[in-house]
Every structure is written in C-alpha cells, then in structure tokens.
Design a protein around this ligand. Structure first.
Ligand code: PMV
Length: 331
C-alpha cells in the first residue's frame, strides 16, 4: 500500500440529558452508568484523515494550527488502536469546529466521532457497521459514541468493550426540542473531564447515584418517546444538579459554575415557576448553561436570555444529524 488514503467526516456534538460521569474502565472508556443525550445540530466538527505512508509521525491540525501537546498525543494514541488492527502508517489529521474554538463547548464528542469515521472512510473499504463505529468513537472519548447517531441517543454503558455502545432512541424529527447554549466563559477548565471522571469514581455519593439511575434512565427514555417535556425537564434539571453536586464536593473540588451560570439557573426556574414558560436547564463539566425548551417557545426564551445576560453568545441547537462522510476535505 503506497498511496495516500483520504477520508472526511462531520459529526455533531451532543448534550447529555442523563450524564456519563465516572468510568468503570478508563482504558476503554467503559462508564459507571448508561446515559442519554440529544445530538446538537449546530455544534459540528469536521475532520479529514490522510493515511500517508511517507510520514514518520502523525501530523495533527486543530482549527488550522499544528498541535504538538497532549491533545495531539491523545489523537495519536487513538490512531494507534486503528493502526494496530489495520494499515500500519501515520496520518495527517485536520479538524475544524463550526463553533468558535475555546468556547467551552465540548468538542471531544463530535471530534472523536468525526475522527473515527474519517479514519475508516479513508481506507475506502466501507465503514465498520454502525454499532461498531460507536464503540470506536467511545474508545476515543466516551461521550463521542453518542455523536455517531442523530436525534436522541442512549449509550448502553455495558461492562466491557463489546457490551458498551450507543443506539438511537428517536430520530431528529421526532421532537422539535431546542438547546440554547449560553456561552458564559471560554476560560480553560481547572479540572479536565478525565480528571473529573477519576475523582467521581471514588466519591462517596456515587453508590447512591448508581442505585437510582436505572429507574431514572427508564423515565427519561419514556418522556422522550412520549414527548413529555415537563417530565423530561424535571428529570434533566435534577440530574444536572446531582452531577454538579458530585463535582463540587469531590476531592479535589471541581467548581465549574460562574456567577452568570448561577444567575441563569435561577432565572430559568423563575421563568418557569413564576411566569409559566416551559423551560429547563442542564449543565456539562463547565460554566456554560444549556437551556432546553420546545421549538415554539425558543424565541421567547432567547429574548429573556438576551435581556438577562446581554453580550453573551447563544448557540441554538435542534436535534442534530448522524455523523456523515463527504468529500469537502480539509487536507
Ligand atoms: O466524554 P468525556 O470524557 O468528555 O466526558 C463527558 C462528560 C460530560 O460531558 C460531563 C457528561 C456527558 O455524558 O457527556
């Protein structure tokens, strides 16, 4: 095999409605529990992989810049796993996000879903079967396995590499749900997700969380299937605060919320409880607030956010599409 092989894929990020926080096996990103997400239409990563026999090491470019730090190493380690099974050559990788770099929107989910897909697309021998592709994305970044599918997605946590994969619960057109992401801060996180997963694994509250999650997962999936926004919102808000509680009370402590985060959480509750606007929030491992509502309420919700925190960018998402291979190569 002496020629270059090129493939490109685009994947949407996702927001966890039930969170993955804590790993049973860090080597393969096997989670302590299953999770549920919505794929995000407007937070997209596009990645081109060029397997090139003339390279003596990988070359990685993120948003146009050559990367030589731990992020590049993580991508190379992931490519090593593919190389071990397939062709043993190095690659040039370029990745661009549709959202501005450093906004604090998790790009590792969309990034590893796009990377895994592009890496296999480049071989030109057909992609692995979809469930297997979700395993590949998960090996790169746990939440990445949920970004292979569009719409509403479940990651079946499993107990080992074979039993841990994602599946679609409902396609994107099942429900016009919106996630308005308010970009509170783009400062780098003091505690990375990887470190956060480790701290969570030894947290004393974790046993209680794991005990209640199976019922919670069932209720979440039922609420999505029946488009019951009140039930879904109540579960999702409680879930977000439970996970933040574990983050904040871990050792070391991960205090992701900023003053504007808290102002938005209080406002969302007041818009709902005092003004009757059906709106709920969730949070990730960061200060940005994900404000959830149905499509018909999105203009009113946006107006209120803009009045409360003028100047903060809002990224509005609908349920997004599955990962897709195409020819608009970056390299
Ligand atoms: O996939 P990771 O290792 O970046 O972890 C993601 C963790 C959360 O975003 C906080 C929750 C989730 O399920 O996406």
């Amino acid at each position: 095999m002496s020629r270059e092989m090129r493939g490109t894929a685009s994947a949407c990020s996702n927001i966890a409605l039930i969170k993955y926080w804590g790993k049973a096996d860090p080597a393969d990103n096997i989670p302590l529990n299953g999770s549920v997400s919505m794929t995000l239409s407007d937070a997209i990563t596009t990645t081109t992989v060029v397997w090139d026999p003339s390279l003596s090491q990988d070359e990685i470019y993120l948003d146009g810049e050559r990367i030589l730090d731990h992020r590049g190493l993580r991508i190379s380690r992931f490519l090593d796993r593919i190389r071990a099974d397939w062709y043993r050559m190095h690659a040039r990788v370029a990745s661009m996000n549709s959202f501005p770099a450093g906004t604090g929107i998790a790009s590792s989910a969309s990034g590893f879903a796009a990377l895994a897909t592009a890496a296999f697309a480049a071989f030109g021998e057909g992609l692995p079967e979809q469930t297997e592709l979700t395993r590949w994305a998960r090996r790169g970044s746990g939440s990445g396995c949920r970004s292979i599918h569009g719409g509403f997605v479940e990651w079946i946590g499993g107990t080992d590499d074979a039993s841990s994969f994602s599946r679609q619960l409902c396609p994107a057109d099942h429900w016009d749900l919106r996630d308005l992401v308010v970009l509170v801060s783009s400062a780098p996180k003091a505690i990375s997700s990887s470190e956060g997963h480790r701290i969570a694994g030894r947290h004393p509250f974790m046993a209680a969380r794991q005990a209640e999650l199976p019922l919670c997962m069932l209720a979440t999936k039922g609420a999505i299937a029946s488009r019951d926004f009140g039930t879904l919102g109540a579960i999702v808000e409680h879930e977000a605060l439970e996970v933040q509680g574990i983050m904040m009370s871990g050792q070391p402590c991960a205090l992701y919320m900023q003053p504007a985060t808290l102002a938005l959480l209080h406002a969302v509750r007041s818009w709902r409880e005092d003004d009757g606007l059906p709106v709920y929030f969730t949070l990730d491992a960061g200060p940005n607030v994900h404000i959830l509502c149905e499509g018909r309420d999105a203009p009113a919700v946006r107006e209120r956010i803009e009045a409360l925190v003028p100047g903060l960018a809002i990224l509005e998402n609908r349920p997004g599409s599955p990962v897709r291979v195409h020819d608009a190569h970056l390299l």
